[in-house]
Design a protein around this ligand. Sequence first.
Ligand code: GLP
Length: 241
Amino acid sequence: MNILKFHSDEDFVQTGANLIASLLQSNPKAVLGLATGSSPVGVYARLVEMYNKGLVSFAKASSYNLDEYVGLPVDHPQSYRSFMNGHLFNHVDIDPARTHVPNGNAADLAAECLAYDQMLENNGPVDLQILGIGSNGHIGFNEPDASLSSGTHVVDLLDETREANARFFEKLDDVPRQAVTMGIGGILKAKQIVLLVRGQEKAEAVRNAVEGPITTQCPASLLQSHPNVVVLLDEGAGQWL
Ligand code: GLP
């Protein structure tokens, strides 16, 4: 793992954006694996700025998001589709038909999960996968458990995850109880993984992920088994390394 700790927000954001922009410059048809959450927001904003300056184009790229809530209308402000449209897709030249977010409202969620994996199989592998981490070590919505699923699947969100994400909703009860998420196996198929983490509330999860034992109780620790992971941390998130 290549671990980079930044003192300045500016450097964190620019480094993350440069990793994506340089991939698109060398491979305009790159397949991007994208994540939601507060940590990548600045990186997406910087990519929009770079696009506006003509420094990067997404015209031939495609994207696959990690996860989506189950049962939240797709145009709900907190759906991950809305997040991606609002923070990135609506502001750059990516073809909307080539942006993919799991459909958390599919009538048959099991079939949706299989179809998502099939699409990734046909169009992948992902060249660069952006990831965040939950305070409990989850990646995507792969929660700590005795075993982890490899493929895309429906997951029951843990109370701690719903509580952590309640800040984005009016009240805790409004936070969905389930999500569709790519599995660990799918995530690890990416050629390169870039883990973006901000905030001291993530420091313990980060330490467990990069220095702790590889265990399904900290799903992010499985990233240690991947040959090409870059970890970008702000001071808070990296304070225990
Ligand atoms: C949610 C998403 C995760 C993301 C996490 C991190 O739980 N499902 O994919 O990694 O948030 O969030 P943040 O970047 O806000 O810390």
